[in-house]
Structures are given as structure tokens and as C-alpha cells.
Design a protein around this ligand. Structure first.
Ligand code: SIN
Length: 279
């Protein structure tokens, strides 16, 4: 029997059942469809247990831009050490949207945390879309975004020099065209699917033409009332749905170490949302 405590107004819930491993996959997936972000405080998962839990929720995927653990090709350490300045993924984004089939879900397990700081912010992309005018919604439904790894993973990209990033290694840059408004395959709800760090431009438009609208959408999506702030505790596990959320790991703990383990689940090709009315 599981219970959930809501985290904040827009989305997110914390599980009151002590161990995530005791919940059925169906209970977790249903809760994820409902709350978008699930938090499981104080878990006692080792690498094998973490992978086993993730495997029950879907097909595991490999992340091309960081080296996994020796113990598992699917578990990627996300570490910012004391001497490092940049953190991994330190801009608002949804995971790896430059792949043809971006990960549906991410699982992140806290191993070592700074004494203070290192929270992760999440933004509701259902809410981001729902809050727009009918005219803009209808316009965005006609658009496709060109999402590219090069904005962050090029040698001169935003994540060059980030701990664990292997952009400098021989990993092919990738790019994928996805609908700007995608429909969630389980909930049927429309969500905005662009981000400033991954969406280079709209198909058929130049970057200069696209950027003002991308900036407007990013700013609207991440306004405070559309966000939830997750304060990590040791052993905490978060599971979130990349199809309807963006996230931002805060880089506010200079001189301290933060170490997490991450697994991503393979997603489907994003499907376009269309409606025959301006809504
Ligand atoms: C990520 O972007 O997947 C990492 C999030 C975090 O470190 O909080």
C-alpha cells in the first residue's frame, strides 16, 4: 500500500512507503503519470538495486556524453568535485532531447551532498503550454524544433569542461527534429517541448528568427509558480518524466562535492499534439 504527499502546487509527490523497491512498477508508473516527479526519501539502494528498480520501470538507455560506472553500463555518475566550477546539466533542459528517441524518464539517486545547496529545480511543461494564449498555442502546434547536442556539447558549447562530460571524446554530435508541442503517450496531455540549451531553432526558420520566441517560452516555462524545488537528502531517489518536465541542477555549492547516480529510460519518438481549435 503506497501513499503520496504532494510537494507543491503544480506537480511532484513524495512517497510515504519507506522503500521504492517495495512498490509495484504499476504503482510507480501510475504515480509518475499523475505527479510527473516522484521523490523517495532515504533509500538504501546499491548500484545493482538501483539498476534493478529502474529495469522494472522500462528499458534502460545509454547516455552518450558521460562515462558510466564500471559496474553498470547504464548507471552514470553525476559528480561535481570540490575543485570543479561547472556542474553537469547546469541549464534548464529536458534530458537529451537531441536524440530521435529521447529518454522518457530519469532516475537520480543522491549519494553525497553538499552541506547546503545543490538543489534541483523542476518546471512543468504541461503548465508552460496551458498558460499560453490560444493563438500562440495554435501557432506552436505547427512548429518543429531542431534539437542539437552541439549547443552544449561542442568544444565551445555550454558544457565544455564540465566534470564527466566527454564531448571532447569521439562522440558524434546528434540532432533531432521534434514537435514543439508533444502529446504525452500515457496522459494524452500536451506539453511544450523546447529548451534554450537544446533547441537550436524552429524548422524552416533561422536561429536569429527562432531565438526570441525560444527565449520567451523558456522564460514563461520557468516562472516561479510553475516550478518545484527539490532539496536533496542522502539516499533520496527522484524519478521524473522528461516528456512533461524540465529541470535545472543549481550550482550554488562552491568548494563542496555533490555525487549522484543517474539512469535514463528509453523513450518513444515524441508525437505532435494537434487540436482543431485555438486552445
Ligand atoms: C541532470 O541534469 O540529469 C542532473 C540533475 C541533477 O544533478 O540534479
Amino acid at each position: 500500500m503506497s501513499g503520496w504527499r504532494r510537494l507543491a502546487g503544480p506537480f511532484g509527490a513524495s512517497c510515504v512507503t519507506p522503500s521504492a523497491a517495495d512498490l509495484s512498477a504499476q504503482a510507480i508508473v501510475e504515480a509518475l503519470n499523475r505527479y510527473q516527479l516522484l521523490v523517495f526519501p532515504a533509500q538504501t539502494l546499491d548500484v545493482a538495486g538501483f539498476e534493478q528498480l529502474a529495469r522494472r520501470l522500462g528499458e534502460l538507455d545509454r547516455y552518450p556524453f558521460a562515462a558510466p560506472l564500471d559496474a553498470s553500463e547504464f548507471v552514470v555518475p553525476i559528480i561535481k568535485d570540490r575543485h570543479e566550477q561547472h556542474n553537469f546539466g547546469g541549464d534548464w533542459h529536458t534530458d537529451t532531447s537531441y536524440l530521435e528517441q529521447p529518454p522518457s524518464v530519469t532516475l537520480l539517486l543522491a549519494q553525497e551532498l553538499p552541506a547546503v545547496g545543490g538543489d534541483t529545480l523542476f518546471a512543468d511543461m504541461y503548465g508552460a503550454y496551458a498558460g499560453l494564449s490560444g493563438g500562440l498555442k495554435f501557432f506552436l502546434q505547427q512548429l518543429q524544433g531542431i534539437n542539437s547536442s552541439s549547443l552544449v556539447h561542442d568544444p565551445a558549447g555550454a558544457h565544455a569542461g564540465v566534470a564527466g562530460d566527454r564531448s571532447s571524446l569521439e562522440v558524434a554530435q546528434t540532432s533531432a527534429q521534434h514537435p514543439v508541442v508533444r502529446v504525452h503517450p500515457a496522459t494524452g496531455k500536451p506539453a511544450l517541448y523546447v529548451s534554450l540549451v537544446h533547441t537550436e531553432r524552429f524548422a524552416g526558420m533561422t536561429r536569429a528568427e527562432s531565438l526570441p520566441l525560444l527565449e520567451f517560452l523558456q522564460q514563461r516555462a520557468t516562472r516561479a509558480e510553475n516550478c518545484v524545488r527539490l532539496q536533496w537528502q542522502p539516499g533520496m531517489l527522484a524519478i521524473w518524466d522528461n516528456r512533461c518536465l524540465q529541470h535545472l541542477p543549481l550550482n550554488d555549492y562552491p568548494g563542496q562535492r555533490r555525487a549522484m547516480l543517474r539512469i535514463i529510460l528509453r523513450g518513444e519518438r515524441p508525437l505532435a499534439f494537434t487540436s482543431d481549435r485555438n486552445g
